[in-house]
Design a protein around this ligand. Structure first.
Ligand code: DX5
Ligand code: ZN
Length: 227
């Protein structure tokens, strides 16, 4: 089982490290920790599954030594099965891969769980929900993309919200539903109302000088919308 746990209730605001200042990565992590972050969301991009390259398991493993925050790896890569062990060894607490990247997600989800890591399945805005529905029992975290994956700073796509609600209704109560892309004070309430509890936030945290205020105000909005 993972040693680090997610908060059991309430909204989770997860900074997307794609948007951090890489010249000061260690300091940014310390700043997020002080600001009350519980989770770091690491966007891994391979320039193939998405048209952008970011970082990989080595960077995550390096920062793992610095902090005890919960780490989620969001693998926007082709052949995630090939690289899975690297992300387990890097100390990720949750590993999320894309349903579009594998022919059948079930065996990979089972491998992630067997390693004591939370198993996440991400779904792109254009992908129908059926494939996720078929494997819900093997998923700990469904990540609904609310932008096309590849870049931070894009506009939220409200048309994905019915998928969030559909998954929320079909999944076990303990299954997490995450939403990723364009989450801000303007969009978080609708996402929370639709059934998301885990909010990945890039620009809406890193473009602000006060991380604690940015995270707290979005958590308050999400909480109010879910009541
Ligand atoms: C997009 C990534 C997101 C992104 C979020 O492909 O998965 O995590 O960095 O950034 P914002 O919040 O700016 O949309
Ligand atoms: Zn992401």
């Amino acid at each position: 089982m993972p040693q680090r746990l997610l908060p059991a209730t309430g909204p989770i605001i997860a900074p997307s490290m794609l948007k951090c200042d890489y010249a000061h990565l260690g300091e940014q992590i310390a700043q997020l920790d002080r600001a009350g972050a519980k989770v770091l969301h690491w966007d891994v991009m391979d320039g193939h599954f998405v048209p952008n390259l970011s970082y990989g398991a080595m960077v995550i493993a390096g920062t793992r030594k610095q902090t005890d925050l919960f780490f989620e790896a969001h693998l926007m890569i082709s052949d995630p099965e090939k690289y899975l062990d690297d992300y387990i060894k890097a100390g990720c607490d949750a590993i999320t891969f894309h349903i579009e990247a594998v022919p059948d997600p079930r065996s990979l989800l089972k491998r992630i769980r067997a390693a004591g890591v939370l198993a996440g399945l991400a779904i792109n805005p254009q992908t129908p929900v059926d494939g996720v529905m078929r494997v819900l029992d093997d998923v700990d975290n469904v990540l609904v993309m609310s932008v096309e994956p590849g870049f931070g700073g894009q506009s939220f796509m409200p048309e994905v919200l019915p998928k969030v609600t559909q998954i929320r209704q079909a999944a076990n109560p303990q299954t997490l539903i995450s939403i990723d892309g364009g989450i801000s004070p303007e969009t978080i309430s609708a996402a929370s109302k639709a059934g998301a509890r885990f909010f990945v936030c890039g620009s809406s945290i890193f473009d602000q000088s006060d991380f604690a205020h940015a995270m707290d105000s979005m958590a308050t909005l999400a909480n109010a919308a879910s009541a």
